[in-house]
Ligand binder design. Sequence first.
Ligand code: FAD
Ligand code: EPU
Length: 339
Amino acid sequence: MLQILENFSLKNFNTFGIDASARYFVEINHQDELVELFMDPQWLQTERLILGGGSNLLLVKDFDGLVIRINIRGIEHRINHQEVFIEAGAGEVWNDLVNFCVDREYAGVENLSLIPGSVGASPIQNIGAYGVELKDVFRSCQAFEIAAREFRTFTREDCRFGYRDSIFKNELKGKYIIVSVKFGLSLIADINLKYGAIEQELTNRNISKPTIKDVSRVVSHIRVSKLPDPSTIGNAGSFFKNPIINADQFQRLQSEFSEVVHYPAGDGLIKLAAGWLIEQCGWKGKVVGHTGTWKNQALVLVNHGGATGEEVYSLSSQIIDSVYTKFGVLLEREVNIIS
Ligand code: FAD
Ligand code: EPU
């Protein structure tokens, strides 16, 4: 029997540590419980929030609806020649899955070490770091269609992955609940050192032939040096996306700001480092009330303790305004705003 809790505090269920509550809260431990939950038509009409680890959302106020916390567990793996097939429950912790693979030398997710959150949320924004994106190892996912009360499989093509983007953030937003994800890894390590900082750190450690474990360790080290640990300083990682602009816009920008940090983004487009834009506007490490930006990474907004969601949101608006005024570039929030 499902237990629906009322007026439930979400403080420990979001990495910003925002003290907001949910009108209703339910934890799902098995996919069949989703069918059971939605047998009651009340929940079809109620506003809903699907919750994994709460590491990519900002609760601007109390949530006047049903929070559905996904805690479906289990990791299965099968090897066929050099290929490794993995299926994981949506409620598994992403980094536990990474460690499961790294420990066994299954290659493919080592660059995605130490990203917080759940397996089920990983396709939502196509998580990415250090030259690898989820789509590189994703095979398919199983999701529950709320309105039809049916399960459906999504292939990689169905998901329409992009930079921090998928169909689940667009046309299908709020319509499906991911219950499990299948991955394809390899027994042959194809070490990805595209991200300069990894190579640099390997050189510092005198490692010339890195293993999967080395890459995982180095990525974890770099992340810890830059990003605040949510267990001590509330945050949700990068608050904004790195903006992508066209060649004309870029030329104009570079003629005025020759130092602008940028990368090719394919199709003649250019990706700008939002952290650089924000730092240039004087925000890096700035404390504003209970909030601010992180001292080592201006793209990360933080809760210094006791911040409300509104305060963090208001700071993000001020940052958007000042970056736009100085550079004419519009930042887009990457974190999901729950208001
Ligand atoms: P939540 O925050 O719980 O949910 C995020 C969104 O997904 C919400 O819209 C929610 O409704 C939806 N959702 C969650 N679970 C499901 C489900 N089972 N079915 C359907 N919808 C669902 N991200 C990166 O890509 N790269 C990084 O390098 C990175 N670094 C980070 C570093 C820090 C310190 C932090 C705090 C965050 C970082 N993030 C990064 C963001 C975050 O880790 C990812 O977005 C992660 O996938 C969020 O997982 P979650 O389970 O916490 O999702
Ligand atoms: N920079 C600054 N000042 C800053 C921060 C960054 O000048 O305060 C410049 C530096 O030149 C730096 C460059 O920006 O070299 C890039 O910074 P970093 O390597 O930290 O990466 P990022 O572009 O800021 C992105 C992702 C991260 C991911 C890292 C590593 C986005 C929005 N963010 O950050 O993802 O971990 O690359 O791949 O794409 C997240 O999504 O939550 C997240 C943390």
